[in-house]
Design a protein around this ligand. Sequence first.
Ligand SMILES: *Cc1c(COP(=O)(O)O)cnc(C)c1O
Length: 233
Amino acid sequence: MSIKENLDHINSRIESACIRAGRDVSEVTLVNVSKTKPIELLQEGYDAGMRIFGENKVQEIRDKYEGFVPDGISWHMIGHLQRNKVKYIVDKVDLIHSVDSLRLAETVDKEAAKKGVTANILIQVNVAEEDSKFGLNTEETIAMVKEISQLKNLRIKGLMTIAPFVEDAEDNRLIFRRLKELSVDIDGQNLDNVGMDVVSMGMTGDFEVAIEEGATMIRIGTALFGKRNYSKG
Ligand SMILES: *Cc1c(COP(=O)(O)O)cnc(C)c1O
């Protein structure tokens, strides 16, 4: 299958999920997760219509940002971000999905100020409370959003979660529902500097369930670009 065929197939599955949920397809933004993939494949994706590329490593974003520069693309940082690396990407990415502490948010704020930009961020919530995953507990999220929203050089655009790897996507339905409910709760508080338009959840294995539960952004890699080979380093 070509990347174009993969993308067409994913788009039709997104559309069907939207129809089932009574939602408009324009409510769901696809982040094309291109991590570990070479620029030739990103170019193929671009030619097929992809514009938003998701990456999870700072060095890889820096390399691709230099080497792949077609019109109208945007980069999203979806992986865990170390504070000492924020400075390398804060002016290159349009959205950081993975802010999970006040200290990290403060660093993003400081580095954004230095570069003269406003950073768009999501707050990562570990809804499933998996030890292996980053993110805030649902209980601490609202208080953290309030604190982070005081910072002047960033804007909170919503929430993100990484659901557990499961065989049956239905097993993640309640996780997605909880993240959506949390975003509605926070939205109801009308906090300055805080928007909750973005609910980033759902990957190759479970994006349709995520859409049914209210995802406005889904992050898909494998189903578009094929399996990743990490062993080559
Ligand atoms: C790799 C990754 C994805 C994409 O996962 P697939 O299962 O390949 O679609 C989505 N979100 C995050 C945070 C990732 O690291």
